[in-house]
Write a protein that binds this ligand. Structure first.
Ligand SMILES: *Cc1c(COP(=O)(O)O)cnc(C)c1O
Length: 539
């Protein structure tokens, strides 16, 4: 790639996962964005990031004495951030709100500009707009989206950076397009012309395969907040419908869109097929930044044809020590260690494996299997919190076999996806858009054992580089789906995973090798950056 020939891109995202303790991320979306900006640096391509400097970030979720998750927020200071000296002004609730612009290149990443309203120029309420990531709904969320979108465009103008393509990672940033339209209308174009010209500059990545997960706002609130940005109500309805759906608007304001895996592209096209005037949704499968997520020792052993199991056991023991430090539970490195960490959202079914104790209890009591869980529930999601509580109960019920690590973050993710033996994933198909933790595992020689959802159908060679279960079965009846997948999960565990792990280490090691071999290039972020250039950024 020749840098000077490539379109320059401004990538907008609510969150960036760059480093565990830099708490401006919540989960997969942010990790993807952080990995992307790191790889852009590795490849020396002209992509810059725009985001928010969160004062408190996402919840620090710990487990209380009662075994239930509780949320805590702390103010963070980051002395490495560079002050650009720029302050941009946006209008929220008909009031000027000032956004200070920081920047960071501290994680071997291309420059990311971060907007911050916690400055003395703002009143108390407005200082909290950039307080908590995904912490609030309605008005506060819209205010955050005005800062990211409209503030983001304004900061690019202040910096005088020329941008060819504006990339919205998720619908949160869609108000940026309203600012692009406004700029054009101010220089004399009609709304129609401005919309067309804006569409030509914007690309969009959609992430959420669940309709309710795609944020929408009622127009009255949007208008009151100032999110119309000079447009009329009818014009807003033409863009995002009524209520105003952020994803629908992004699809109508972009020249091209992508979903984050091939199966997800099918799902997304079905979901939005009745949306008139939307851009084409193609599939560009997610990937990971290898230096961030893959242990160098395992890469070296793989490349030199040395024993993978030996290195893996060393790494597994480090995970076991890490778990001991945090929980005082000492797992056994000779026994199968199952890793499972995800957001505690109901469709991910974190507790599926416990549904039939007649099958699983014996394995847990005899320590044939050990399971380590981690994951936060959204602070306002009581069902998710019950799932976490249930996992904690299982930890108490099966001491030494079940562990729950509180306050899931990049550090825990990093340890688990290299130190576990298998990586379990059992979402309700097709609700997992991509899932990048499985890629981290696969490249570390941690064998995926997963429903055929998200990225896995593209990589899985059953019983060669990991296992699938469920055969891609889908049902509208949740109970039927659960029963089917539970049986399939027990089948693969009892008849394949456990026998191979304990009785055929040669085959296990061979599978580890295949896991690395079949994923290390395709699911490397370098491929994704190239594909974004070829299929989204280049017209
Ligand atoms: C990799 C990672 C994710 C994304 O993984 P999924 O497979 O989408 O669940 C989320 N959170 C953390 C901390 C991660 O490291």
């Amino acid at each position: 790639m020749k840098e000077n020939k490539l379109p320059s891109v401004a990538y907008f995202c609510m969150e960036y996962g760059l480093e565990s303790d830099f708490k401006i991320y919540a989960g997969g979306l942010g990790i993807l964005a952080g990995d992307y900006l790191k790889c852009a640096k590795d490849k020396n391509v002209p992509i810059i990031g725009i985001g928010i400097k969160w004062k408190q970030g996402y919840t620090e979720q710990k487990i209380g004495e009662d075994g239930k998750p509780y949320d805590a927020y702390y103010n963070n200071e980051y002395d490495f951030l560079e002050d650009t000296g720029i302050i941009v002004k946006v209008k929220i609730r008909n009031k000027d709100v000032y956004c200070k612009v920081w920047k960071t290149e501290n994680f071997n990443n291309n420059t990311i500009y971060l907007l911050d309203t916690d400055i003395p120029e703002n009143s108390g309420e407005d200082r909290w707009i950039t307080g908590q990531l995904y912490g609030w709904f309605k008005e506060e969320r819209i205010a955050q989206e005005i800062v990211l979108g409209i503030g983001g465009i304004k900061l690019l103008r202040e910096l005088n950076i020329q941008i060819d393509t504006y990339h919205f990672n998720e619908g949160h940033a869609v108000l940026a397009a309203l600012e692009l339209i406004k700029e054009k209308m101010e220089s004399g174009f009609s709304f129609e012309e401005a919309w067309n010209k804006t569409r030509d500059e914007v690309v969009f990545t959609t992430h959420t395969p669940i309709v309710q997960g795609n944020e929408s706002h009622d127009l009255t609130t949007l208008e009151y907040m100032g999110a119309f940005n000079g447009l009329k109500r009818e014009q807003m309805i033409r863009l995002g419908g009524e209520p105003f759906n952020m994803t629908v608007a992004a699809l109508r304001l972009s020249r091209k869109s992508n979903a984050v895996a091939q199966l997800h592209a099918e799902t997304a096209n079905k979901m939005w097929k009745s949306t008139a005037g939307k851009s084409d949704i193609i599939g560009i499968t997610n990937a990971i930044h290898v230096p961030t997520w893959v242990d160098e020792r395992i890469i070296k052993a793989y490349e030199e044809g040395k024993s993978l199991l030996k290195v893996h056991n060393e790494i597994k023991n480090e995970l076991i020590d890490f778990i001991y430090d945090r929980t005082s539970v000492k797992l056994d490195s000779e026994k199968l260690l199952i890793g499972f960490s995800r957001r505690a959202a109901p469709y991910k079914r974190s507790d599926l494996i416990f549904r039939d104790l007649n099958v699983i209890e014996k394995l847990l009591k005899e320590h044939t299997i050990q399971i380590v869980f981690s994951g936060k529930a959204h602070p306002l999601d009581d069902t998710g919190k019950n799932i976490v509580s249930n996992l904690v109960t299982m930890m108490q019920k099966y001491p030494g076999s079940v562990v729950f690590l509180e306050n899931y973050d990049m550090n825990i993710g990093r340890m688990l996806t290299r130190g576990a033996d298998i990586w379990l994933n059992n979402p309700i198909r097709p609700m997992e858009a991509s899932g990048t933790s499985g890629m981290k595992a696969a490249m570390n020689g941690v064998l995926n054992c997963s429903i055929l959802d998200g990225w896995w159908p593209e990589a899985c060679i059953d019983e060669v580089n990991g296992w699938q279960f469920g055969d891609g079965f889908e049902s509208d009846n949740i109970d039927e789906q659960d029963r089917h997948d539970l049986k399939a999960l027990y089948d693969v565990l009892l008849n394949k995973v456990i026998p191979i792990y304990y009785d055929n280490k040669t085959k296990w090691e061979e599978m580890m090798k295949e896991s690395i071999k079949t994923t290390r290039e395709y699911f490397d972020m370098e491929r994704m950056v190239e594909e974004y250039y070829q299929k989204l950024y280049t017209k």
